[in-house]
Design a protein around this ligand. Structure first.
Ligand code: PGA
Length: 248
């Protein structure tokens, strides 16, 4: 694992955007795996800024999102589809028809999962997958004790995840109980992975990942140790329990 230390959230966002932009410029047909949540927001802001200033084009890029809530329509305020439109897609030149997010309203959710895997396969696989990490080590919505062999599947969200995401909803009862997520095996098949971690609240999860280095299904992010090309960009606060610091 390659670890890049950022000063703070702003620095992390700039570094992550530069990383993605470099890949898009190198391969204009990039299949880019994207994530939602608070962490990548700043990265998307920087990508938009770069698009406006330097015209980096996403015309031939295809995006594959990690996950979506079950039961929220695409245009629901809290759907990840709305999140991606508002925070990225509406502000760059990617055709919406090339942006893919699981359909949480599909009648046959299991078929939707299988189709999502076929779609990824038909695009030639994900070239670069952006990831966040949950306090409990989840990646995508793959909660602790998810098999490392899973492909896109339906998950029951852990109560810690629902509590963490409550901030986006009016109250906890509105937070969906289920989601569709790319599975761990699906994520590991990406050619390259970029994991972003910011803030003190994630310091324990980062410590568990980087210090214990123990591949176990109780901690989904540890599955990444089987991947040959993972880069982690973490800010100082997130790394505060991992590296001992000598104050100068
Ligand atoms: P966050 O979520 O970026 O909102 O902290 C990350 C995650 O749960 O994967």
């Amino acid at each position: 694992m390659n670890i890049i230390e950022a000063k703070d959230y702003q620095d992390l966002s700039i570094k992550a955007a530069q990383y993605i932009i470099k890949n898009v410029r190198h391969n204009p047909n990039l299949v880019l795996g994207l994530a939602t949540g608070s962490t990548p927001k700043g990265t998307y802001e920087q990508m938009i800024k770069d698009f406006q200033q330097n015209n980096t084009s996403y015309q031939y890029v295809k995006t594959i999102n990690l996950d979506e809530y079950v039961g929220l329509a695409k245009d629901d305020l809290n759907s990840y589809s709305t999140f991606m439109n508002e925070h990225l897609f509406n502000h760059i030149d990617i055709p919406h028809s090339q942006t893919y997010i699981p359909n949480g309203m599909a009648k046959d959710l299991h078929n939707e999962c299988a189709q999502y895997d076929r779609l990824i396969h038909s695009l030639g696989g994900v070239d670069l997958q952006l990831l966040g990490i949950g306090h409990n080590g989840h990646i995508g919505f793959n909660e602790p004790n998810t098999s490392f062999k899973t492909r896109t599947h339906i998950v029951k969200l852990a109560s810690s995840t629902r509590n963490a995401n409550e901030r986006f909803f009016q109250d906890i009862n509105e937070v969906p109980n289920y989601a569709i997520t790319m599975g761990i095996q699906t994520i590991l098949e990406s050619k390259e992975i970029l994991l972003l971690v910011s803030g003190k609240g994630k310091a324990k999860a980062v410590q568990k990942l980087l210090v214990e280095k123990n591949r176990c299904e109780q901690f989904p992010a540890s599955s990444l140790y089987a991947h040959p090309h993972v880069t982690i960009i973490a800010d100082k606060a997130a790394l505060s329990l991992t590296f001992e610091r000598k104050e100068s």
